[in-house]
Design a protein around this ligand. Structure first.
Ligand SMILES: [Zn+2]
Ligand SMILES: [Zn+2]
Length: 63
């Protein structure tokens, strides 16, 4: 798929793809080919991103 226009993220490179989630035009740098998302959506959807540690059970009974 090819689109016309500039990448809406860097606004300096020609867009190659359209984000499947938000529709943002993205250049090859700002488009995650495997996810078919722009880097912004890919970052939000990334399951590997660290989750905030809340009330983490630390074993304080260790002797
Ligand atoms: Zn770009
Ligand atoms: Zn997007």
């Amino acid at each position: 798929m090819s689109v016309s226009g500039l990448c809406q993220i860097c606004e300096s490179r020609p867009a190659q793809e359209r984000c499947g989630n938000c529709g943002t035009l993205a250049c090859d740098v700002h488009y995650e080919d495997g996810k078919e998302l722009c880097v912004e959506c890919a970052a939000q959807a990334d399951p590997t991103q660290p989750s905030p540690s809340e009330s983490e059970d630390v074993d304080i009974n260790r002797l």
